[in-house]
Design a protein around this ligand. Structure first.
Ligand SMILES: [Zn+2]
Length: 130
């Protein structure tokens, strides 16, 4: 595992060991770290991070978030890019040869990353989606 700190992190220029020591002191003072949904990769829910997790997050926010959501980095990036159209559309073609535009069974505009990935390639109820 790399010990590099993300260049955009507040700990840039600080060794991982030093950063860890600072974070542990803050933790020991009774202060906790909460990753909020509106932070760049906070995404769906609030998540309390311990010193180890906070460092992992700062080193690789996208990778850490992908692991939390149990998807790959590429899948999470695709989900983020799909913001605003996360309703997964049916993979079938209509009789006229056009793509069916109905949502996959169970899809909603607010699908989370894991659900969104699982529904890719699925079908609407008309085309046998179950
Ligand atoms: Zn369909």
């Amino acid at each position: 595992m790399t010990q590099e700190i993300d260049p955009s992190s507040p700990f840039r220029g600080v060794s991982a060991q030093d950063a860890h020591a600072v974070i542990e002191q803050i933790e020991a003072a009774g202060i906790s770290f909460l990753l909020l949904p509106q932070s760049p990769y906070g995404l769906c829910w609030s998540l309390e991070l311990d010193a180890e997790e906070l460092l992992s997050y700062l080193q690789d926010p996208l990778g850490y978030s992908a692991r939390c959501h149990r998807v790959t980095r590429d899948q999470l990036q695709a989900w983020i890019a799909a913001e605003g159209h996360r309703d997964v559309t049916c993979s079938a073609q209509t009789a006229k040869g056009q793509s069916c535009r109905n949502p996959v069974r169970g899809s909603t505009p607010s699908n989370g990353p894991k659900e969104w990935v699982a529904m890719q390639g699925g079908y609407c109820p008309i085309h046998g989606g179950g």
